[in-house]
Design a protein around this ligand. Sequence first.
Ligand SMILES: NC(=O)c1ccc[n+]([C@@H]2O[C@H](COP(=O)([O-])OP(=O)(O)OC[C@H]3O[C@@H](n4cnc5c(N)ncnc54)[C@H](O)[C@@H]3O)[C@@H](O)[C@H]2O)c1
Ligand SMILES: [Zn+2]
Length: 364
Amino acid sequence: VDDRVTIHVRAGGAAQDYTVWIETEAAERLPTLVRRFAPAHRFAVISDANVAELYGSSIVDRFSGAATLHVFGAGEASKSRTTWIRLTDELLDAGHGRDSTIVALGGGVTGDLAGFVAATYMRGVPVVQVPTTTLAMVDAAVGGKTGVNAVVGKNLVGAFHPPSAVVVDPAFTKTLAPTVRAEGAVEALKHGAIADATYFRAVATHAGAIRSGDIGATRDMVVTSVRIKAKVVSEDERESGLRAVLNFGHTIGHAIERVDGYAGSHGRAVALGMVLEARVGELLGRTAPGTSDELRDALDRLRIPLSARLDAGALIEAMRSDKKGRRSEPRFVLLDRIGEVRSGDGWTHSVPNDIVARAIETGF
Ligand SMILES: NC(=O)c1ccc[n+]([C@@H]2O[C@H](COP(=O)([O-])OP(=O)(O)OC[C@H]3O[C@@H](n4cnc5c(N)ncnc54)[C@H](O)[C@@H]3O)[C@@H](O)[C@H]2O)c1
Ligand SMILES: [Zn+2]
């Protein structure tokens, strides 16, 4: 299939800018694409055990002897300094030097971890991100944030390390469970909600196809989401302002994840967070009435379970103390309506606790 689309991302100077290459079956000529954007003598492919089992050897074989495969246990718990030590030692043992390129083949965990290995190995070697989950394709692989978790919180040790390229093959999603595809698409709905109402409605319309792994529908979604995320991060690579709009749904969403001890899915937490944050905006009279219902309908189509018993007090406490227990003022992205956030008075806002509590108590 020749359906390739390339999207340019600005990352602080021409030398750091990169291309997101989206093409069905791109994985079949991955070595050509990787060499084109990050030419190297040798390549280190980093994957978790699930992805390595499904795709590792066929991908490494295509590099005809120039690549080594480095595998870690699947799951968020592996996004740690312990795994970083093991992987960097393995790369040293395998003789990789400054002239090697790292290929991050996997979901968001692999992208963050392998990206951080690349950011630090020999003071930084190139990385090509090859996302294999819906979430990583529409969100995590683009933006240049890499890192690992610490005991007290997620993503606390990391670096900005823009990839040399992101190569997206939507066909990787064939082997994902429908629920996992749908949870990734929640971030796509978020992109629509903050930037493009037509896109928001398109994701809702194609929710069934996206869940069931339709490659065309998935590819169209990835193209538009990457365009939106690329535009936002290109305008604001260091999260000084505009980039904060990507946190829509995440202020309450992250609190839900923390209160759950990170046992639940990120996509579902963000789904609940988007509905509730839209409700906050409605209660303040800033967000058009009906916006939270529109979000709920779209999420229903993805079959994200939205009924939840939420403890407003615990969530507000989780929002008000940061990962190290310091007090902080939670900031909210408030939509004007689906597809629109205005910045007249800043991209984020602080909101009185009683409004947040009311939104959570009456949200579901
Ligand atoms: N850097 C960023 O900007 C950014 C943005 C969003 C999320 N993230 C991070 O992304 C992580 C979550 O990413 P995720 O949801 O992709 O998790 P993940 O990488 O753990 O992947 C989820 C599961 O799917 C499996 N898997 C991956 N690809 C597969 C495939 N094609 N077929 C079958 N199984 C496959 C994995 O082995 C894993 O078990 C979090 O750590 C989060 O902090 C980072
Ligand atoms: Zn998210």
